[in-house]
Ligand binder design. Structure first.
Ligand code: ADP
Length: 569
């Protein structure tokens, strides 16, 4: 019977479990779920990646510009001194062009001496004449103004950049004009270098872009982002997957960004548009540097991250529910076991007390000497003997059980004539069986070979089965014991026509302390250990015990013991 106390214990345990584990865990999961949802809604992951992209792209663009500045400054520092003759100057310019293949031409404007333009050797004379004219006309007018402007700057260089139409198509050209040190202040003297569009496009940009993108994203910037994201989602840790970057340089001014007309790309750009871009300042004003991942997008990464987070939360929830169910079941089992144990204690004390009281009563009566007839005396002696036998059986059961529980039970297997063992064990019960009004049917096959068994244990198992048959028979009192051989299995069968056992309880009766709910069982003393011992004993002999039973019609317990080929188990 399930008591109220038991219900309370279970309720308290479940409540504790709920308050201490499930509620906080569920809350955490829920908060995280909402958090991931808000990250998904606000596109936080993409925003963070784009913020990083912005950082990468602007620092990279600055590095590219700086490189061009350096080259221009190097050229300026190599300019021939004022005192050199034109011939010498031309010679030095040629050297400079030879050392700096990135320049298309260099020039020197002097308001007093005119313009000297020197080009790479493969350029045409017409172009040289054209350039000469162009610089002469332009700088004669704008030169003084440029000089004035440059004197105010920390870096005395001005850049003129833009796309120009050439027979081969549109090309991007950038030219640096600088002040030359150590020139007289009365004259306007300016130097300049113009970058070779083909060199920029074919070598300068691609090399730098490939250098910038050869690192994996998360080596440098990824950690920053992961940290930032970490601040956002304290419970989640997130690393960018190992993604490679790709960069592209393309024409972009205030009005347009021409993604489809790349000037240069890093390896692995593939096609598509940059996710983020940064417009260059001098010296590459008019161009922009764009960035994206190779083979994926920030959106795809974000989608995957969100999906993974939901999946983890889902798995956690399922695990939590699974854990809860398991814990609940194990709590139930423990509560049930505790109940069985307490029933056991009360049953056993009861069972100990009854025979002890009887023994004492009859012994005292005999002691008083009031009993005169021998027949009465014999009856009393027999009662005392039987009750002490009952006590011994019970105590043996308990001792065996505790040995089994402690794993200390040892069996003493000996060659045995099992038919005789069964007959002898039944002999000591025959009287009791008949006294209780039982019809007793005994079928023992005589041709059974000797087997190796623990005699005491087998006898105890049989006694337990017989006792149960006697205890749990109400109307029809019948006890049948059969010992027979079925091929290589020895069967010991104990049957009754008693109260029987419900189907769903049939497996459980072999568990320790378990007793069925039948009212007759409730009113009969018992420890709930007998059948668990029977099972243990048969299993130790390499066999098993089974029950067939119909409630109200009776039960049949069959112990099967294997006969080894040699005749022994
Ligand atoms: P006990 O008899 O001391 O209660 P057992 O382990 O021998 O413990 O039996 C466990 C339970 O199995 C019994 O309480 C009873 O409910 C049921 N049972 C055992 N044998 C029979 C039987 N022959 N007929 C009906 N019920 C039985």
């Amino acid at each position: 019977m399930k008591s109220k106390r038991e219900g309370n214990t279970r309720f308290r345990l479940v409540l504790t479990l709920g308050l201490a584990v499930v509620f906080p865990a569920m809350t955490l999961i829920y908060i995280n779920f909402q958090h991931v949802k808000s990250i998904q809604r606000d596109k936080n992951v993409e925003a963070l990646i784009h913020r990083d992209f912005q950082y990468v792209v602007s620092t990279s663009a600055n590095r590219i510009s700086l490189k061009a500045f350096e080259l221009a400054e190097q050229a300026r520092d190599a300019y021939p001194p004022d005192a050199d003759s034109e011939e010498q100057k031309r010679q030095e310019f040629s050297d400079l062009l030879a050392k700096g293949p990135w320049f298309a031409h260099v020039f020197l404007f002097d308001s007093k001496n005119g313009v000297i333009v020197e080009q790479q050797p493969d350029d045409t004379d017409e172009r040289q004449i054209e350039l000469n004219k162009m610089y002469g006309a332009w700088l004669n007018i704008d030169g003084p103004f440029l000089v004035e402007q440059m004197r105010k700057k920390t870096k005395p260089i001005v850049w003129f950049a833009g796309e120009a139409s050439e027979p081969t198509g549109l090309v991007f050209r950038t030219t640096a004009i600088f002040l030359l040190p150590q020139t007289s202040k009365e004259r306007t003297v300016l130097g300049g270098v113009s970058f070779d569009p083909a060199y920029l496009k074919g070598t300068f940009f691609p090399q730098l872009l490939t250098e910038f993108t050869s690192q994996r994203f998360n080596e440098e910037q990824g950690h920053r982002s992961a940290q930032m994201l970490h601040e956002l989602t304290p419970q989640e840790s997130y690393e960018y997957p190992d993604k490679r970057l790709a960069m592209m340089i393309f024409p972009a001014d205030t009005l347009r960004a021409e993604f489809d007309r790349p000037i240069a790309t890093s390896s692995g750009w593939g096609n598509g548009e940059p996710e983020v871009f940064h417009k260059f300042d001098d010296p590459f004003r008019g161009l922009a540097l764009g960035i994206k991942f190779q083979g994926t997008t920030a959106e795809a990464i974000s989608r995957r991250w969100v999906w993974q987070s939901f999946l983890i939360l889902g798995v956690l929830s399922v695990m939590l529910i699974g854990g809860l169910v398991l814990t609940y079941r194990s709590v139930n089992k423990q509560v049930e076991l505790a109940r069985l144990k307490s029933d056991f204690v009360s049953n056993v004390s009861h069972e100990l007390r009854t025979p002890l009281a009887l023994i004492r009563l009859y012994a005292e009566t005999l002691e008083l000497g009031r009993i005169t007839t021998q027949q009465k005396k014999d009856e009393y002696y027999s009662i005392i003997r039987k009750e002490s036998e009952r006590l011994t059986a019970l105590i043996n059961n308990i001792l065996d059980f505790s040995r089994i529980e402690a794993g200390r039970k040892e069996y003493d297997f000996r060659e045995t004539d099992i038919a005789e063992l069964v007959r002898n064990t039944l002999d000591s019960y025959r009287y009791q069986i008949q006294q209780q009004g039982f019809a007793f049917e005994e079928q023992i096959e005589s041709s059974i070979p000797a087997v190796r068994v623990d005699r005491e244990a087998i006898a105890r198992a049989l006694v337990n089965l017989v006792n149960n048959a006697l205890k749990y028979s109400a109307n029809e009192k019948f006890l049948g014991v059969r010992l027979y051989r079925e091929e290589s299995v020895l069967k010991l069968e104990v049957s009754d026509r008693g109260i029987g056992i419900e189907r769903d309880e049939q497996a459980r009766i072999f568990e320790k302390f378990y007793r069925t709910c039948d009212p007759l069982v409730h009113n009969t003393k018992g420890s709930g250990l007998g059948l668990s011992l029977v099972r243990h004993i048969t299993q130790a002999h390499g066999g098993d015990v089974e029950v067939e039973s119909t409630p109200g019609r009776g039960s049949k317990f069959t112990m099967s013991l294997p006969l080894a080929e040699s005749g022994n188990p």
